[in-house]
Design a protein around this ligand. Sequence first.
Ligand SMILES: [Zn+2]
Length: 348
Amino acid sequence: MRSGDVYDAIPKVELHCHVEGTVRPATVVELAQKNGRQLPSEDPTELYRYTSLNSFLEIFWLVQELLVDRDDWARVAYQSVVDAVPHGLRYREMFFTPARHLAAGQDLAEIVAGLSDGIEQAVLETGARCALICDIDRAYGGGAGLELVERLAALRRSGRGERVIGLGMDSTERGVDPRDFADAFRLGESVGLRLTSHAGEDTGPDNIATALDALRIERIDHGLAILEDEALTRRVAEERIPLNVCPNSNIIIANKYERLEEHPFRRMRQAGVLATLNTDDPAMTDLDLGKEYRTVARALGMPWSEIEEVALDGVEATWLSEGEKRSLRAQFERELAEIRPSDPSEVV
Ligand SMILES: [Zn+2]
């Protein structure tokens, strides 16, 4: 066995991954040709370089604009799942952020139908499962956020939105007050959507607390700043509010830390927080789930036994029913028992 393959074999849940961030570089070029868009470089790996969260978002938005019709959405959703399965993906709750597509005249029903087509095909081929979380793009403001959720609610009423199980929020964080989106989140909650939000990726712990209180979110995406606030850390730990953390992304995209060794992921878990591991935008950061687990384990000195706990905590943090969680956890425990090294107290 090649070194590191055991990390690919760990069964995994992924709760923080953007479909637009999973588009293969070759697909970026093909979509640009198909849809008549000019790329700033013919070599997409040139595009995938960033100096800050905002410089990353410019590229992310460029890739988003390449998704024009139902087939485009289906294609990227399909590829995103089949690309992740060899690295251990068993179940994912995946973001899509349709703000700029809706502003350009696309139909939310077509976007969701395309994503669902691609996922269904991938599920048939791989057996992995995938639900969707519709993200509000903060940069478009509270009014657009509410309008998006109104469309989502209508889609659910018409029976065409069942794959979308949650509402989230992403994009630029600085200078945006989470409270502007309270109406959108209340409407989402009233139609049965589960709630999460990116918070504390690029700002302090106040933004996490505000998102928890004003938006009543059930999970936090990133939440990097949490350890700066002891009382908030205790609250999140006691209430088992999951933090969906993406350590490699925080270095490559948000430029929050110089090196993975400085990342607070393990300290979050040692403080009792239910922190999960995720790739965020894997195609844009040359990442996959196996690499995420492997690099984090080695950089932070996490023994195998702790990594098993991370994988199992992923199941707890999902929005599956209690029965589905129990059966997925049992499956994970069986698979983990098969690959467990002789001394799980060591870093592999
Ligand atoms: Zn994200």
